[in-house]
Design a protein around this ligand. Structure first.
Ligand SMILES: C[S@@+](CC[C@H](N)C(=O)[O-])C[C@H]1O[C@@H](n2cnc3c(N)ncnc32)[C@H](O)[C@@H]1O
Ligand code: SF4
Ligand code: SF4
Length: 361
């Protein structure tokens, strides 16, 4: 596209791809197009992002994640069957026809699912994108099939460069396996050139912040985007902290490693208490056994036993009257997850000013 916006008076653009969307938007704006008036993203047509926890198990015991807490019944988890998965996606598309993407994770690791490539194929055959987040600490022979199935996004979760810090916070993980899989993933991206956007999602804490530059350099070498976030105690633990309920020992260690103290995080969240829930569009959240979570931030409270037997209007009604949401809002946990005060601009300035590290964010 060349020339200025006036040459395209009657054009209205829907950006249907996700890869390099930032570059596309920048280009459109530089040509005089305005978001909303002249172009929209596909996600604007369907702001809801459902998630399906295809793997009800995880191979790790990360300190900050309530999944690791033995109080919770995850040891008995399992995998969604291909047949159930297909039924779930078809029902979602019937009820949310403009749906553009589904997250294939909540509290487990999607790369553990033995039929992940088949699940991805179901999504692409039905015209809906797939969002995956993984610890990539799996011995996977399926990586090639996964890349060939062209998921929309893959997030690689990481909390260090090298074993020293990474293996503490990603408890049970091995840096060598993570690194080897990253290199293999990079090779496959070059070989198949899928439209998949891959990001290395770095959970910054007090111990690993000095490793940020190394991780960002590694990501750049391998062709991944780096996204940094403040490493958090998950909201389920944060609410316990706010209620003065003692945390399990691993969560206590994760809290001590946090770059921003829990007190400061909560006070920033409470200053936003009147604002709406940040994740209200992350809905519905369906477990591997078809039960439906009230919220993806809390792993025990359920709205329904079987998604396939409960229509979406009923789920919305149940959610709107849920005790969990009321309690969560009373503790300002609905504003805790992505606090504007500690967002990417904050991280960028912190890296540059305090650590003299150029940000790659
Ligand atoms: C519960 S995990 C499930 C998916 C997968 N097991 C993983 O870890 O990527 C969901 C999301 O939480 C993020 N996460 C894990 N620990 C975190 C932490 N300490 N701070 C912020 N986000 C974290 C992960 O990066 C992931 O995208
Ligand atoms: S953060 Fe992900 S990898 Fe870590 S324990 Fe939780 S579900 Fe597993
Ligand atoms: S109000 Fe709280 S519990 Fe309800 S959806 Fe939002 S974050 Fe989840």
């Amino acid at each position: 596209m060349t020339g200025d916006r006036r040459s395209y008076e009657s054009v209205f653009i829907v950006i249907a791809v996700s890869k390099e969307i930032g570059k596309i938007i920048k280009r459109l704006i530089s040509e005089g197009f305005t978001e909303g008036r002249d172009f929209i993203r596909r996600s604007d047509l369907s702001p809801v992002t459902p998630s399906i926890d295809i793997s009800g198990i995880c191979n790790l015991r990360c300190l900050a994640c309530p999944r690791s807490d033995t109080l919770h019944p995850f040891e008995n988890g399992g995998f969604i069957s291909v047949a159930d998965y297909e039924k779930v996606v078809k029902k979602l598309l019937q009820e949310l026809p403009m749906l553009h993407i589904i997250a294939l994770y909540i509290w487990g690791d999607p790369f553990l699912h033995p039929k992940l490539p088949e699940l991805l194929k179901i999504n692409s055959d039905l015209g809906v994108g797939s969002d995956i987040s993984t610890n990539l600490n799996v011995q996977t022979e399926r990586l090639e099939e996964i890349i060939k199935a062209n998921p929309t996004y893959i997030r690689l979760s990481c909390s260090g460069f090298g074993s020293k810090n990474y293996e503490v916070t990603h408890a049970g993980a091995k840096w060598d396996i993570f690194y080897k899989n990253c290199v293999e993933l990079s090779r496959l991206l070059k070989k198949y050139n899928p439209t998949t956007g891959v990001e290395l999602y770095f959970h910054i804490n007090k111990a690993n912040i000095s490793e940020y530059k190394d991780i960002a350099d590694m990501a750049r070498r391998l062709g991944f985007r780096t996204v940094a976030c403040i490493s958090l105690l998950f909201p389920q633990y944060a609410m316990m902290f706010d209620e003065n309920i003692p945390l399990p020992e691993p969560a206590e260690r994760a809290k001590e490693l946090m770059l921003i103290s829990m007190e400061d995080m909560l006070s920033a969240a409470k200053s936003e208490a009147k604002k709406p829930c940040q994740i209200k569009n992350a809905f519905p959240n369906i477990n591997w056994d078809l039960s439906v979570l009230t919220c993806c931030n809390f792993n025990q409270d359920r709205l329904a036993d079987n998604f396939l037997e409960t229509n979406i209007d009923e789920l919305i009604k149940l959610k709107n009257s849920s005790k969990l949401c009321k309690k969560c809002v009373a503790h300002s946990m609905h504003r805790y997850y992505d606090i504007p005060k500690y967002n990417s601009h904050y991280i960028k300035e912190l890296l540059l000013e305090k650590y003299n590290m150029p940000s790659y964010i």
